[in-house]
Design a protein. Structure first.
Length: 310
């Protein structure tokens, strides 16, 4: 009964509503800090992209290698990136930044398709491609508004259950005369309704917090830093020298197609694998089959039909 009295009290309303407000403010502040960190990563990547304009051909390729390494793109269709990947034996890690991962995805696209075919392949501007990928990877406050509403409903139901529990325990208490009993019931129902009405304020506060979160999301998801990064890539790829250094030629490198380059890189990785344990396992299996061949017959394919009368 003490717990029911606590949940049905006015102090529970203020404490629970304050908790919802604090969670909302904390979620918004945390997301804002995350966006500030993403904007910093975006500025660093944009600096690398812009720096390619004043460099020679080898310097432009070096900028692409720097982008490939900093974003974890692992570009296999570009000769310099592939040699850098295979020669240095780098340990690649998926970056924590959604901006870096979105940039890695975009770099994989532009490095796989020759610049002359970008429009033919239906590639949109870097700005829109990066924005879509960033929104997919950066969760932010996704689902936080629904969580606040569910938490508010939980508090409301907790208060209502507590009020009804107290009512069920006192509704049959004898109060002397019929008039006294009637007056007691009237006062008790009035208090019960007032308590229930107070608990619905928790739901109202939760819905208000969810609306604040939704309004904040609509402004924060515009991702201005991603737009600026996309503009930097679009300016870079309109430079023929940068496009020639970053994108493969029309017929691939050294007369090879992009598929050949990827196949070559995959085979190079396979050749470095230690397949000795697998070979030993295959040899042991083959020896076991040979040893048991005298006692059993191994057949493959559908069984031969039996002839009638046999």
């Amino acid at each position: 009964m003490d717990i029911a009295s606590l949940f049905s009290s006015s102090s529970f309303l203020f404490v629970y509503s304050g908790l919802l407000v604090l969670l909302t403010v904390g979620g918004i502040v945390r997301n804002q800090i995350s966006i500030a960190a993403e904007a910093k990563v975006s500025r660093e990547i944009a600096k690398v992209v812009d720096a390619a304009h004043g460099l020679d051909a080898s310097g432009k390729v070096a900028q692409l290698l720097l982008l490939n390494e900093s974003t974890g793109a692992r570009i296999l269709t570009h000769e310099a990136c592939r040699q850098d990947d295979l020669g240095e034996h780098r340990v690649w890690r998926n970056p924590a930044s959604a901006t870096a991962r979105a940039t890695a995805s975009y770099l994989g696209v532009i490095a796989a398709v020759p610049a002359a075919r970008h429009s033919l392949e239906g590639l949109r501007p870097a700005r829109t491609m990066l924005e879509d990928e960033y929104r997919r990877l950066h969760r932010g406050l996704s689902g936080f508004g629904d969580f606040i509403i569910r938490l508010a409903l939980l508090g409301t139901f907790m208060g209502l259950i507590a009020a009804l529990t107290i009512a069920s325990a006192n509704i049959g208490t004898a109060q002397g005369s019929a008039e006294a009993q009637s007056a007691h019931m009237r006062d008790f129902i009035q208090v019960l309704l007032a308590t229930a009405a107070n608990k619905f304020w928790i739901s109202a506060v939760g819905v208000g917090c969810a609306l604040v979160v939704q309004i904040y999301r609509s402004t924060s998801e515009r991702a201005q830093h991603i737009s600026r990064l996309g503009d930097a890539f679009d300016r870079a790829l309109t430079d023929r020298d940068i496009a020639a250094a970053w994108c493969p030629p029309e017929a691939g490198l050294a007369g090879q197609t992009d598929i050949d380059l990827v196949r070559e890189a995959v085979f190079a990785r396979i050749s470095k694998l230690d397949l000795a344990p697998l070979s030993e396992a295959i040899a042991e299996t083959a020896a076991a089959i040979k040893a048991n061949a005298k006692d059993s017959v191994i057949s493959f394919g559908p069984a031969a039909p039996r002839q009638g009368g046999a």
